[in-house]
Design a protein around this ligand. Structure first.
Ligand code: T4K
Length: 384
């Protein structure tokens, strides 16, 4: 079966007929940005929806992260993961902070708390972990280290919209968390992002920071930036909230279909699901162990490409491999991160992806596995 292009993701969009009246209202009022009524309502409704005290909307996740670091006046060195989208480290760089890369754990691919302490120096001020693919970090262990050494914790929760642990939002951990509402995320406002904070003073400071540091007409209190979400995006976001449960149900069903189809293939691994975690099924990464499979993840990419299916290697290369950051860590210190970034491939996953395409993807990977198992067996025979 030849297919038309299937990409790794496709944004869910609200109903156009429901969006048009909101657009008409915005046209009528001509209030387009700078804390308009849709912005205010979206912040309030999001906080209720997510079960967090305060949401501060931003124009994207990267600026949310840059402002979060500014808000807490983070300086010096920050311990972070190399296994993420490059924006995580860029946000440090934009604040003149030195990233210190620490390896990830082999089970979830998140910053490994067992390796944080050895990277702390007198210049360390904070920890910046990522809930990669929406898998919660070991938040209690990280908090313990932060408390012991007097460090701040900012979570890059770009993938973790509405993820819950023991029925509480994962966004309630750490000093601050940031979200991304980019078109490729489980919840999108085209572009967009937010900082989650725990008190009104911090919200106030973040509000200043995203609006040039302006406190009132004649007062500027910080060297802020322009990072505001506009009214069209906020109205769009309000409608997206209505669909979120259906979106997650569909993502979950497709994830289960993938897991069921691929689970018996030796050397094709998934991430473990944590106990008492309500996931958002943001991505579906699989990890190909070349020694056991006789093929690697690039072979999977190629096989799928022939069917016009475009999987992605999130996250390869590691951030620490880019020339900008290369001098900061040695491969030997990031063994697990290197391994997972060489084995990972994210298969297409989005609410309107058809079951037939998932079936085709499973069939293609199974076929590759079968052919290579035969080859591997004959090599073993020769070795005997
Ligand atoms: N922290 C983490 C951990 C992150 O993952 C990200 C962003 C951030 C921070 C920063 O948040 P933002 O500042 O972006 O809010 C994409 C996204 O651009 C990026 O937001 C995301 N992480 C990253 C993981 O993925 P690319 O370079 O892979 O995007 P692109 O254009 O190749 O799109 C991916 C696929 O989605 C394509 O196959 C096409 C499809 N697509 C894309 C867009 C934009 C659509 O179907 N429709 C669309 O409108 O980075």
């Amino acid at each position: 079966m030849k297919t038309k292009n299937t990409l790794v993701t496709q944004p869910h969009m609200p109903s156009l007929s429901e969006f048009i009246p909101l657009l008409a209202d915005i046209w009528e009022n001509r209030w387009l940005t700078n804390n308009g009524k849709y912005h205010q309502e979206f912040e309030k409704r999001l906080a209720e929806f997510l079960g967090v005290p305060y949401v501060v909307l931003f124009s994207n996740g990267t600026l949310a992260l840059i402002a979060a670091l500014q808000c807490l006046r983070i300086k010096g060195e920050v311990i972070t993961t190399p296994y993420s989208f490059v924006a995580t480290t860029h946000a440090l760089s934009w604040n003149g902070i030195k990233p210190v890369f620490v390896d990830v754990d082999p089970v979830y691919g998140n910053l490994d708390p067992r390796k944080i302490e050895q990277a702390i120096t007198p210049n360390t001020t904070a920890i910046l972990p990522v809930h990669v693919y929406g898998n919660p970090c070991e938040v209690e262990a990280i908090e313990k280290i932060a408390d012991t050494y007097g460090l701040k914790v900012i979570y890059d929760a770009a993938h973790a919209f509405n993820v819950k642990k023991e029925e509480s939002s994962i966004l309630n951990f750490g000093d601050l968390s940031i979200l991304s509402f980019h078109a490729t995320k489980v919840f999108n406002t085209i572009e967009g992002g937010a900082v989650i904070c725990h008190d009104s003073k911090t919200k106030q400071r973040l509000d200043y920071l995203k609006n040039f540091g302006i406190a009132d007409e004649t007062t500027v209190v910080a060297s802020g930036i322009n990072a505001k979400m506009n009214e069209l995006q906020a109205a769009y976001g309000l409608l997206q909230l209505k669909d979120f449960d259906i979106v997650i149900e569909k993502r979950k069903a497709l994830t289960l279909q993938y897991k069921e189809g691929l689970r018996k293939l030796e050397g094709v691994n998934f991430l473990n699901e944590g106990d008492n975690v309500a996931y958002n099924y943001a991505y579906f990464p699989i990890f190909i162990d070349e020694k056991k499979c006789g093929f690697n993840r690039d072979d999977v990419m190629e096989v799928l490409k022939k069917e016009n299916i475009f999987a992605r290697r999130y996250f390869y290369p590691l951030i620490s491999e880019f020339p900008l950051y290369r001098g900061l860590a040695k491969e030997a210190e990031l063994k697990i991160a290197y391994k997972v970034s060489r084995e990972v491939i994210c298969l297409p996953l989005y609410p309107d992806l058809s079951k037939e395409i998932v079936k085709l993807i499973i069939a293609k990977i199974k076929q590759l596995h079968r052919v290579n198992s035969v080859k591997l067996m004959s090599v073993e025979e020769i070795d005997k």
